[in-house]
Design a protein around this ligand. Structure first.
Ligand code: ACO
Length: 401
């Protein structure tokens, strides 16, 4: 049966597939993932090649529009993004309403949603041009919101970046510039963050991306869909794992460094503790992103002259897990989040911002998937269920119950 026919079929057999482990929700031409062989490609280009040779913004263009940009296309794209990199000053008032202790992910999803009020034209996107405008707006404003969420937390003045810089360097400057406006990121730092963002840029129908597509399928608009995706990403079983990994590695260090004890705890079915940064729904051999990030962690820490004892703990855990039948039998390997936090930390990014960094990286993927869904005129996402509740019951008034 072709997909068009399938779209018209309702009311027949309902399959049940908890966690959608074996359900394809859409056809997609964006990201190819082979979990058995550890292959990941964006629009046909291997993740290894892109991480090595492309820039994050080039990768964003590729994901969203399907081709690597020419020089002219790239320049126009970047210029359009920069021309939308200011957010309404009133957004600052909303930000001010949050306590300093608010988690950046909650702040980011709220502010992304709030952007709709200031950019109402971003909601009705019936033409490709309207879609494009909404896309460059969110790509321009999101790094500002991310940097502001951080600066609010640490009590620093909110500011904009420097249009003359590249997308990633400009973001770093917005995060870390001093009151006198100074911030010079070393090329090691800029390149390392660029690479991390590329590695996080898309991953087909994961939890947050499926959320973006399903919210967008009601035609709720790009910003509302992205805001929903941020919330989905926040959870510790998904993007929130990068923060949880560092907290776990720190806890192991504080406890004296006994990795075995934590491995046993993760295996204990009575204990809810899981080895954070291990396991993946699709990768059952290795996560190619984790391989690249592990090497990058060594390179970046070396280049910056940083010795982080938790890197050794992480490597120790990985080695032990590779020899442990519990982890081997269940095909649990380090995922993208296992080593990323160690690099973020070396770049000066605080732990509570790790998942927000993931969101910044995943933004192009969410956009690409949302755009594909709209261009293909996909129907509203609406799964069925198998009802297991009470049968018909007679209503009793409250004094008769
Ligand atoms: N530590 C210990 N045991 C684990 C772990 C882990 N990290 N992950 C899975 N298991 C065990 C489960 O307890 C289960 O065991 P059982 O068969 O004896 O009941 C088995 O492995 C299968 O696990 P599921 O939860 O069914 O696998 P699922 O595909 O649903 O979950 C997930 C994948 C959520 C990534 C899981 O491996 C996990 O919780 N990992 C830790 C959190 C994490 O790192 N998340 C980031 C994922 S990557 C990303 O989202 C960017």
């Amino acid at each position: 049966i072709d997909i068009k026919t399938l779209r018209g079929v309702t009311g027949g057999l309902t399959t049940i597939d908890p966690g959608y482990k074996n359900t394809g929700s859409c056809e997609s031409a964006i990201t190819f993932l082979n979990g058995e062989e550890g292959i990941l490609r964006y629009r046909g280009y291997s993740i290894e090649d892109l991480a090595e040779k492309a820039s994050f913004l080039e990768t964003a263009y590729l994901l969203i529009f399907g081709e690597l940009p020419t020089k002219e296309q790239f320049e126009k794209f970047h210029t359009d993004i920069k021309s939308h990199s200011h957010v309404d000053e009133d957004i600052k008032k909303i930000l001010d309403g949050f306590p300093k202790s608010a988690h950046p992910m909650g702040v980011l999803s709220s502010l992304t949603n709030a952007l709709i009020a200031f950019n109402p034209s971003s909601v009705n996107v019936d033409s490709e041009e309207e879609m494009y405008n909404a896309i460059v707006k969110i790509l321009g404003k999101f790094p500002v919101l991310t940097a502001w969420a951080y600066r609010k937390r640490v009590g620093k003045p909110l500011d904009y970046g420097d249009d003359s810089l590249g997308y990633v360097e400009n973001f770093l400057k917005m995060m870390f510039k001093k009151p006198n406006g100074e911030y010079n990121a070393s090329s090691t730092v800029v390149e390392a963050l660029d690479k991390l963002l590329i590695l996080h840029a898309d991953h087909e129908q994961n939890c947050s991306t499926s959320t973006v597509r399903i919210v967008g399928s009601s035609h709720a608009g790009l910003f509302a869909s992205i805001s929903a995706g941020i919330n989905a990403l926040w959870g510790p079983l998904h993007g929130g794992a990068n923060q949880a990994v560092i907290e776990m590695l720190e806890a192991i260090k504080e406890d004296g460094g006994d990795t075995h004890k934590f491995m046993e705890k993760a295996k204990d079915k009575e204990d809810p503790f899981r080895l954070m940064g291990f396991g993946h729904r699709v990768y059952k051999n290795f996560d190619p992103r984790a391989k690249i990030i592990k090497k990058s962690a060594d390179d970046v820490l070396g280049a910056l002259g940083i010795e982080d004892p938790v890197l050794d703990i992480a490597k120790g855990l990985e080695k032990e897990a590779l020899e442990d039948s519990y982890f081997v039998d269940r095909k649990l390997y380090p995922n993208v989040d296992f080593y990323s936090g160690i690099i973020y930390r070396a770049l000066g990014i605080p732990t509570e911002m790790f998942t927000a960094m993931f969101a910044l990286g995943r933004l192009p993927g969410w956009i690409a998937q949302w755009r594909e869904m709209r261009l293909r005129k996909e129907p509203i996402g609406r799964p069925r269920q198998v009802y297991i509740g009470e049968n018909h019951r007679e209503f009793k008034a409250v004094n008769e119950r």
